[in-house]
Design a protein around this ligand. Sequence first.
Ligand code: GLN
Length: 391
Amino acid sequence: MTDPAQRLAPVYRDMPLTVFEHMSGLARDLGAINLGQGFPDDPPHPALLNALAHATAEKSHQYPPMAGLPELRRAIARFYARTQHLAIAPEGVIVTSGATEAIAAAILGVVSPGDEVLLFAPAYDAYAPMIRRAGGVPVFIPLRPPHWGYDRTAIDAAITPRTRALVLNDPLNPTGTLASPADLAMLAQVCTAHDLIAICDEVWENVRFDGNPHASLLAQPGMAARTVKIGSAGKIFGVTGWKVGWLIAAPEMAAVLARAHQFLTFTTPPMLQWAVAAGLDQPAIAQACSDRWAQTRSALLEGLSREGFAVLDSAATWFACIDLAASGIPLDDRTFAEQAVREARVASIPLSALWEGPDAPRHIVRLCHCKPEALLEQAITQLARWRDSIG
Ligand code: GLN
């Protein structure tokens, strides 16, 4: 008899844990400051907690509708009308258990065996394994530091008759950079010219620091009918453990994607959906969150610069990146991350963990800034002392 565990799908037997789980596990075990996986330390906004307490006491605890509470689907449509001037039909909104589930449902709903899907590297680590599990082939197009710009020539060269979709993560995790208006226009032209579906992971849409509102690829000419837009209450309100996300598509497309969603988590805890609906209707809550993260971003960038670390621009997300080579640190990113968590007691994310293929930049690590300033200062001090000790 073989070991029954050997009968499990080889793709998962041989797959490492996600870098986020790996680094958070090390941080917990070693008592390190966790600037790896992205999550805020601050408690949720009191108005959001009140809404949750009210919903927990007053509302049903049984299965809500599979596509989400109608009240939340309408609140999401209102939120996008207000913040991005998008006309979203509530029937086109499907509530999911976090954006990761929305990504899974979108990929399962779009990709058939043999389909190719364009991904831009660095890429969030959930995309490629899901595409492969759906029988598709991820095709990576590298973005290059320090600006991580989109290259039309490289995109055109990657497209074949089998290309079905592209995945755009904008703002981009892990770099904190934005697609420019020209990039969005170009990507829309590519999608319409080649009849591609755009799966747009826009979970960082409300974590932007440049004062400009987010602009979705969905708003470009011809894109409303071929875009799946993914959002996250966890990112908007800094409540990552709530796992409330959504996908948005033209209603005819959403109806098909709902078939994929119905056999994943089927539905999402109703009290969390009620609380998110209430939160989205109170603009001051999301504003307070992004104002707070603008402060923590400045604290991390200024502290790192003061200590002589070379940091890359971060216009969005909870993250900022250190250029190790430019900082005079003679380690590749994975070695840095593994040693820094043990020796400096600070967890980080090596950028090459979010990059498939041989041409990954190996000199960049990502740090999460949405932490109390005193903790950021402590982490920066520990990193600087350790760097001096190895230099
Ligand atoms: N989005 C989070 C990050 O980039 C990680 C989420 C997860 O751990 N699955 O840090």
